[in-house]
Design a protein around this ligand. Structure first.
Ligand code: EPZ
Length: 424
């Protein structure tokens, strides 16, 4: 198993380029199932465990894929299986993204129920509600979802989501583009990852209005084409790298950022005392001598993203004053806090709110990753902790960050990946 060994105390400096977005790659790759014509060429796809798991799933269904550098080619003309097995779905819950496209193109799908994850149950009721609205007959037996479109084709409908859901919006979009008639999606997720999916589907020939907003109008058509497409950059990775500069008292530039996609996070960095300058595709952040405690509440886009909440919590351990961290998307997304407190932080959890008392000197020790963003949070803490911090089980980190230790080392961090064995 791998760990990251970090000696804290270095101020980060220099320039780094963000990778392609994981959370837009996954629905885009799923959407290749919508067209069996020709071959898709997808650029700026990050080389991550989740991407490899997803291509494994497509191969299992019968698609041909090849991945070199950050370009993924996919052809789904020979897809013959419509079953997404438990062994693959349990590795990555985003496998549920195959439900919509399989239903749309083949009129049926059988997908294992996804697991939860470290920060709570991850229901899929909104995904299933959307499919039923479009006419699918859904049954759940022996841990599998079986979905069938009567007559082999879905029918356009009005889908109104009671809560904003990125995944369910993605599945609804991919199901609606080949449905008979028009579909309206109300209270759609407006995250950049969904906007990117809309751009991709439109490039394939889909008819979508309202891209980037919470109200989408889709006119179903009979078929879609394969295309060449370049993925958007990863805004969460960019935000994490900027937080690394802020927590170490450094100053860095991250290239390949669409600053507008990080607007809510940049505003909080500025409130915390950082100097932030931006061009159309880069952000430079310089940390102040003293960080100012700054509250955040994670909510759907364009608010502060839940996927930056753990990283912000780590940063606030170094800020002057008390910060209150609330997550309205995942109320219990606080598994990183006991590990931060083991490093010397003083954080209390009071009624679904993390109260961070800062600044606190952190001292390096062994800490355990529990999920993707929690592991990123512990890496940030290790960069500022005195002495050496071992972040264990970095397979969590490898799901969503491409070569993160290489990027941080290039900015002056003392960080290395090492093998280790865990006691049974
Ligand atoms: C996506 O997950 C991201 N994953 C998550 O990022 C991210 O945290 C999340 O969106 C919120 O932004 C990918 O894109 C692969 P949701 P998703 O459906 O689609 C509830 C990371 O770190 N809900 O928007 O699963 C749900 O419980 C990962 O990269 C239902 O109740 O999230 C949550 O409270 C972690 N029923 C809220 O909606 C449903 O059917 C938002 O979830 C679906 C969701």
């Amino acid at each position: 198993m791998d760990k990251l060994v970090i000696r804290g105390g270095n101020r980060l400096a220099g320039k780094v380029t963000a990778s392609g977005s994981k959370n837009s790659s996954l629905p885009v790759i799923a959407a290749t199932l919508l067209s069996g014509q020709g071959c898709f060429t997808l650029h700026r796809i990050p080389d991550l465990q989740d991407i490899r798991t997803f291509t494994q799933l497509l191969n299992h269904l019968g698609a041909e894929t090849s991945f070199s550098g950050n370009t993924l080619t996919v052809s789904t003309g020979n897809v013959e299986s419509l079953l997404a097995p438990y062994e693959l779905v349990k590795k990555m819950r985003a496998s549920i993204y195959v439900l919509g496209p399989l239903l749309a193109r083949f009129g049926e799908a059988k997908v294992s129920l996804p697991g939860g994850c470290a920060f709570g149950p991850r229901p899929i009721d909104l995904h299933l509600m959307a499919m039923e609205k479009l006419g699918a007959e859904i049954s759940i037996e022996t841990g599998f979802i079986t979905a069938k479109a009567p007559g082999g084709r879905l029918n356009g409908a009005c889908i109104e989501f009671p809560t904003s859901s990125v995944g369910a919006t993605g599945n609804a979009l991919m199901a609606a583009v080949l449905a008979r008639g028009t579909t309206t999606i109300l209270n759609a997720a407006a995250e950049p990852e969904i906007e990117t999916l809309c751009f991709f589907l439109s490039a394939m020939g889909a008819r979508i209005a309202g891209t980037g907003t919470t109200e989408l109008l889709i006119e179903g058509i009979d078929s879609l084409s394969s295309v060449e497409f370049t993925n958007v950059f990863d805004r969460i990775e960019a935000g994490t790298l900027l937080a690394a500069a802020a927590i170490t008292g450094g100053s860095i530039t991250v290239d390949g950022v669409e600053p507008e996609q990080l607007r809510s996070v940049l505003k909080k960095f500025i409130h915390a005392g950082c100097t932030v300058t931006r061009t159309e595709d880069s952000v430079t952040l310089a940390s102040p001598e003293t960080l100012v405690a700054t509250d955040i509440t994670a909510k759907p886009y364009p608010s502060f993203p839940t996927d930056m909440q753990a990283q912000w919590t780590a940063l606030m351990t170094q800020a002057e004053g008390t910060s209150r961290i609330t997550d309205k998307v995942y109320h219990e997304r606080f598994n990183h806090i006991p590990e931060l407190n083991r490093l010397g932080a003083h954080i209390d959890i009071i009624k679904n709110q993390a109260v961070v008392h800062g600044p606190r000197k952190l001292s390096g020790t062994k800490v355990m990753s529990t999920d993707l963003r929690a592991s990123a949070c512990l890496v940030l803490a290790g960069l500022v902790a005195e002495g050496v911090t071992d972040v264990l089980r970095v397979y969590h980190l490898d799901r969503g960050y491409e070569k993160i230790e290489t990027k941080l080392a290039s900015l002056g961090a003392e960080i290395a990946r090492e093998k280790y064995r865990e006691f049974d």
